[in-house]
Design a protein around this ligand. Structure first.
Ligand code: MRU
Length: 333
């Protein structure tokens, strides 16, 4: 399978995720405008992939911009291109602080691949033969530039256990579930069933879902979790049905500086994403909209966090600060 993104030496080459699953269109980003627009338009997306992209973006900008003030301004634009996924600012800051920027960006990418394998390994005991699992948005290889977090774990489990039943929600408005998750499951040879977002609760009830696993864009120190809009509703419905609700996320998606979810910046996107489907108007162009790209699931609804260091359980006031003290995965791998 084509990689989500790669450093070519003078550009970042990436798959334009807006054109999947219909075509695997590779694009080269070389300027700050191209980097910023790739991020803002969701041509490149998914919290860990944004981190890897931002890391190489800093390397690229340093190569091309010699004036320090102009370089700083350009890196700020990348750092702030999307506000919710903390991986982006985390990776930009990590590369900026490094002596050898390219080596650091390569490490971030390499570590992500290792982390994704470790998350899949940690998640395996949560599945049994015949487990019915529901996921949301897209958290597979193209969302991490590695093997994927929640979806990577589901794919690994489907390959290791028998008769897993996988349900994916379409993820309006931009349909990451329908377009990207179904595509990646197909590529991995895993059968899955697509549902509309509003069928999630009835699917839990009627199909007897055993497990919900989603990704994260930013987890606060108390475990409140920002992820693709619709995640909160899934967590509420899962709690109602007594279904375990897990968040799979690398440590780089935890923001240890934020006390709780109220402090997480939530991106609001254009109303046209709601008024249109695939560029086709489905309502009056003047229709008022509310289009938060993410919501925050309260920590009490999260059964556990599947990380590269294993599964974190409540009380999160203890297990999350403890996560901050663990050695870097580069040292573990
Ligand atoms: O707006 P997106 O498509 O970037 O949102 C992606 C998500 O919400 C994912 O669940 C999250 O980034 C984790 S990706 C492993």
């Amino acid at each position: 399978m084509t990689e989500a993104l790669r450093w070519t030496g003078d550009a970042i080459e990436y798959i334009d995720q807006r054109r999947l699953p219909h075509e695997t269109h590779l694009v080269r980003a070389q300027t700050v405008d191209e980097l910023e627009s790739a991020i803002k338009s969701l041509a490149i997306r998914g919290a860990p992939a944004l981190g890897v992209f931002g890391a190489y973006g800093v390397v690229l900008l340093r190569q091309r911009i010699s004036d320090n003030e102009a370089f700083k301004a350009a890196t700020e634009r990348i750092r702030n291109a999307r506000p919710t996924a903390v991986n982006l600012s985390w990776a930009v800051d990590r590369v900026l602080a490094a002596g050898d920027m390219l080596a650091e960006a390569n490490s971030i990418h390499e570590e992500q691949r290792a982390i994704d394998r470790m998350i899949a390994q940690a998640a395996l005991p949560l599945f049994s033969n015949g487990s019915r699992v529901l996921t949301h948005c897209n958290t597979g290889p193209i969302a991490t530039a590695g093997g994927g977090t929640a979806l990577g774990a589901i794919i690994a489990a489907a390959q290791a256990k028998k008769n897993l039943a996988v349900y994916a929600s379409e993820t309006r408005p931009l349909l990451q579930g329908a377009r990207l998750t179904m595509y990646e499951l197909g590529q991995a040879g895993v059968d899955a069933t697509l549902i509309v977002d509003s069928a999630a609760a009835v699917t839990m009830q009627q199909k007897r879902i055993d497990l919900v696993i989603v990704g994260a864009d930013r987890v606060a120190r108390n475990g409140d979790t920002a992820n693709k809009v619709g995640t909160y509703g899934l967590a509420v419905a899962a709690a109602h049905h007594g279904i375990p609700f897990y968040v799979a996320a690398p440590r780089s998606s935890f923001d240890f500086t934020l006390p709780n979810g109220a402090a997480i910046p939530i991106e609001e996107r254009s109303g046209d994403e709601v008024r249109q489907v695939g560029g086709i108007a489905i309502t009056d162009p003047q229709t008022a909209t509310y289009n938060p790209a993410f919501d925050v699931t309260p920590a009490r609804l999260v059964t556990g966090f599947i990380t590269e260091y294993g599964i974190l359980k409540p009380p999160y006031s203890e297990s999350i600060p403890e996560l901050a003290t663990r050695p870097n995965v580069g040292a573990l791998a």
